[in-house]
Design a protein around this ligand. Structure first.
Ligand code: FES
Ligand code: FES
Length: 232
């Protein structure tokens, strides 16, 4: 018999209308499965899986399609439009539910995009999708297939840094640098829309990006300078 806590969890989920399944694999081994056809649960389960994988507690995703019995989508993402060109994903591609962050870092070696919280709270993983800043840790790769993705690696043109990157360097707007790629991507999205943002507007637009080193005043100065200098 599975212990009471799994059964209780399963019953609570079912009572709440959540499409859960109770699995008893063998004596003493059991678990509660969440049907990935539910979009909220699918995202939640994917984030948990990515969190466990980053810590080496879960094996890499299987290279086979998602089990259609559970309502998954069999079609895999084999190609992305990233940093101005079409790039093939290695092997058989990625399950559409995988987090974009994991695909960028693990499959495409674009490690400039950072893993911070994994929950959409810190902004370290920010990339642009069709010009808008998005948190790649909570964005499924399936939702961005066919869209234009830009990572920090894609900002430089012909060997020249993007004006926001140059402004960060000139203002010394970084300390450890971990938040910097995400800050710059959010800054690029902002200055593309607003060529003369006030400090309060910058602070509001960058609210989702956290800097543990506290370089906020310099970050605001850098973004203002880039915007005034005519960022592309
Ligand atoms: S890692 Fe994505 S928001 Fe923190
Ligand atoms: S520079 Fe260290 S977290 Fe921002």
């Amino acid at each position: 018999m599975p212990p009471e806590n799994s059964v209780a969890f399963y019953l609570a989920l079912r009572k709440a209308g959540v499409p859960a399944e109770l699995h008893v694999y063998e004596r003493g081994k059991h678990g509660v499965g969440l049907a990935p056809s539910d979009p909220v649960l699918s995202t939640w389960a994917q984030r948990l899986a990515d969190w466990l994988r980053v810590r080496g507690l879960l094996a890499p995703p299987r290279r086979r399609g998602v089990n259609s019995r559970l309502g998954g989508n069999m079609s895999r993402i084999t190609e992305l439009h990233c940093n101005g060109r079409r790039v093939k994903l290695p092997g058989m591609g990625a399950e559409p539910e995988r987090a974009l962050l994991g695909v960028l870092r693990d499959d495409l070696d674009l490690t400039g995009t950072k893993y911070g919280c994994g929950e959409g709270q810190c902004g370290a993983c920010t990339v642009l999708v069709d010009g808008a800043a998005v948190r790649s840790c909570i964005t499924s790769v399936g939702s961005v297939a066919g869209k234009k993705i830009t990572t920090i690696e894609g900002l430089e043109r012909n060997g020249r840094l993007h004006p926001v990157q140059s402004a960060f360097l000139e203002a010394g707007a970084l300390q450890c640098g971990y938040c910097t790629p995400g800050m710059i991507m959010s800054g690029v999205a902002l200055v593309a829309k607003n060529r003369n943002p006030a400090p309060a507007e910058i602070a509001a637009a960058m609210q989702g990006n956290v800097c543990r080193c506290g370089t906020y005043p310099r970050i605001v100065k850098a973004i203002q300078a880039a915007a005034r200098g005519g960022a592309r």
